[in-house]
Design a protein around this ligand. Structure first.
Ligand SMILES: NC(=O)c1ccc[n+]([C@@H]2O[C@H](COP(=O)([O-])OP(=O)(O)OC[C@H]3O[C@@H](n4cnc5c(N)ncnc54)[C@H](O)[C@@H]3O)[C@@H](O)[C@H]2O)c1
Length: 440
């Protein structure tokens, strides 16, 4: 039996030992899905608090329940470790480490490189490695492969296997999850694709094999670039509609009645999260080395990045019209997370909005049911979520709805607040008739 056949057999009878490197929003749900499918899974992460929590049977990711983690840990199906050398004992490893941008806007590959270095020390014959971190096309072949290929005695596609499989998880979403979202997989060789697909198909409903790692890397960037550009388009629509005195929310709802050829996107205070504002910039960075300027990406990025400033200017104008000076005004911002019903503040435009309001002399407080404390590393400020929400709403000169969490009682907010700037149409079309409301 060849190494490939042996490995595929191990996947079929669940004898393969699975490792997940990086136990965050992507890695923990993936580890759980593999464990639920019957594999023995070990998660590896340098964050010892996460490791301790998992080994105690606790979850720290909202999409994964503590009940499920506790059950899997008790069964011995899921364990966690800070020691990357444990990867030596694994047959199959997924890499789910962060891929942020540097301050300069260039890709920060340090986490991928660190995880790859750990794998260089632990790679063995009969191992498959799948990179899931979003990155620029070519990373798997140009960065991981040469590092991992140092042992000339072992051949990729024959003795060990390497593939890329993009992550599509949408935190907070209930209908589509790690199990039922189709999984694209592209290997360094066709046998790499086959082995990685055989592994993932034991735990994930639908596998979509593609011809290369590059096609899989690029598919992810197309998906996120599509989203970023459409959000940029609809944000510009909001800016244009305001000039024209047309209600952008009404325009979008009307356009969305077209049964074909249109997909609804909604404007907002700017992009947030670990993916949409960042991933397309990995592609534009890569294209620069081909002397190609990714114009759609740059333009959408410019419009989206400017949204917090646009929103703050609109807030200032709206307050001015009502005779309220922003300087020294008490402004309460509702929602710090970058999107509704999650606890993720990474790249959240709310942080920019708070910073810009503070710069203009406003006395800013915020509330978020999921985020008790904000620490802005770059600008050095921090604040706690207000304790008494309804009292703070009543006391505020202005309430800014930055994130439309389902948690909020919008009717009560509308009743109690003196002035509301709604960046998400959370109050709905009916709020149009209220003099105290301005919508984006
Ligand atoms: N969060 C999402 O919605 C989402 C969606 C699709 C794709 N992605 C992509 O998936 C990747 C992971 O994102 P995330 O949201 O899970 O990030 P995260 O920050 O939530 O988790 C990453 C984890 O990796 C750990 N880590 C860092 N260096 C490590 C190392 N050398 N070895 C082992 N663990 C290490 C960190 O401690 C952290 O726990 C990124 O490339 C991201 O772009 C994320």
């Amino acid at each position: 039996m060849s190494i490939k056949e042996d490995l595929i057999k191990k996947f079929k009878n669940k004898a393969a030992r699975v490792g997940v490197v990086g136990l965050g929003y992507v890695g923990l749900p993936l580890a759980v899905v593999f464990a639920e499918a019957g594999f023995k899974v070990t998660g590896i992460d340098p964050d010892k608090h996460k490791i301790e929590k998992i080994n105690r049977g606790e979850s720290y990711i909202p999409d994964v329940s503590t009940e499920v983690v506790a059950k899997l840990v008790k069964q011995g199906a899921l364990t966690a470790s800070v020691d990357p050398l444990i990867l030596k004992t694994m047959d199959a490893v997924s890499i789910c480490v962060p891929t942020p941008l540097r301050q300069t806007g260039d890709p920060d590959m340090s986490y991928i490189l660190a995880a790859t270095n750990d794998l260089v020390k632990t790679l063995h014959s009969g191992m498959v490695i799948v990179l899931q971190s979003t990155t620029y096309p070519g990373t798997t072949r140009e960065v991981l492969l040469p590092k991992l290929n140092q042992d000339q005695a072992m051949q990729v596609g024959k003795d060990w296997f390497l593939a890329f499989s993009p992550e599509r998880v949408d935190p907070g979403r209930e209908d589509w999850n790690t199990y039922n979202t189709p999984k694209v997989i592209g290997g360094i060789t066709s046998d790499c694709t086959e082995v990685a697909s055989a592994w993932y198909s034991e735990a994930i409903q639908t596998i979509v094999p593609v011809s290369s790692a590059e096609a899989a890397e690029m598919a992810k960037l197309l998906e996120n670039t599509f989203r970023m550009i459409n959000i940029g388009l609809v944000n510009e629509m909001a800016i244009m509609c305001e000039r024209l005195h047309v209600d952008v929310w009404e325009v979008i709802e009307a356009a969305a009645t077209k049964p074909f050829g249109f997909m609804k996107f909604t404007p907002g205070p700017g992009l947030g999260g670990h993916c949409i504002p960042i991933d397309p910039l990995y592609l534009s960075w890569k294209m620069k080395s081909f002397n190609y300027n990714a114009r759609f990406i740059e333009l959408a990025s410019e419009i989206n990045t400017n949204m917090p400033r646009y929103v703050v200017n609109r807030i200032m104008e709206a307050m001015n019209q009502r005779g309220i000076l922003l300087k020294n005004a008490n402004v309460l911002v509702l929602g710090a997370a970058y999107k509704p019903d999650i606890d993720d503040v990474r790249e959240s435009p709310t942080l920019d909005i708070i910073g810009l309001l503070r710069e203009r002399g406003a006395v800013v407080t915020y509330h978020d049911p999921y985020i008790p404390h904000i620490h802005h590393e770059v600008d050095g400020w921090q604040m706690d979520s207000v304790q008494d929400l309804m009292k703070s709403i009543k006391d505020a000169d202005a309430v800014v709805i930055a994130t439309n969490h389902k948690f909020y009682d919008y009717e009560a907010i509308l009743k109690s607040a003196r002035f509301i700037f709604d960046t998400r149409n959370a109050l709905g079309f009916g709020s149009k008739q209220f003099e105290k409301v301005t919508r984006l």
